[in-house]
Design a protein around this ligand. Structure first.
Ligand code: ZN
Length: 169
């Protein structure tokens, strides 16, 4: 069976990439590489890669750090502007329509309820029976208190939910 890895492989690779191969390594390691097929392959390939890297970095023009920073700033600003101008997605539009419909239904229910309460109070007052009208109003509030609370919750929660849905990317 042909071995596929060797315990000295990483050592040979490190020495080659650090430019220590073949002159500045232990004689033992050099002897091992000469005898080991895996390590000699590693040394040969890493040596070629390292030579190519040195050659490329000699020709590479590294841009000025100020220019790199400036380009990054321009790009970040452009991306922020694009995100702000992004049109609503279909899901957001549907959520918005649903929320508006729900709000409209709530307003209608609330105004109907308010009119009925007002009608009962004024009819009670028309008979100059303040106690009866107050009792009537109190009973109505008790009856519809839960409804009023639910509506208030919806009125606050729906806009919050829409805002969160719109704000999310
Ligand atoms: Zn080896």
């Amino acid at each position: 069976m042909i071995p596929v890895e060797c315990e000295f492989e990483s050592e040979v690779l490190a020495a080659t990439l650090q430019g220590r191969w073949p002159d500045r390594v232990d004689a033992d390691l050099r002897a091992h590489v000469a005898a080991c097929a895996i390590c000699s392959d590693v040394a040969a390939i890493a040596g070629v890669i390292e030579d190519a890297r040195e050659e490329m970095s000699a020709y590479a023009v590294i841009p000025d750090s100020g220019r790199v920073w400036w380009l990054a700033q321009v790009r970040a600003r452009r991306e922020a502007a694009e995100a702000a101008n992004r049109p609503m997605t279909a899901a957001q539009a549907i959520a918005f329509v649903c929320a508006v419909g729900l709000l409209g239904a709530c307003f209608r229910a609330a105004s109907t309820w308010f009119h009925s309460v007002l009608g009962r109070i004024t009819s009670g007052m028309a008979g100059y029976d303040i106690d009866a009208s107050l009792a009537s109003a109190t009973r109505l509030l008790a009856e519809h208190g839960a409804l009023a609370l639910a509506m208030a919750a919806v009125l606050f929660l729906v806009p919050a939910a829409v805002y969160l849905a719109m704000g999310r990317d």
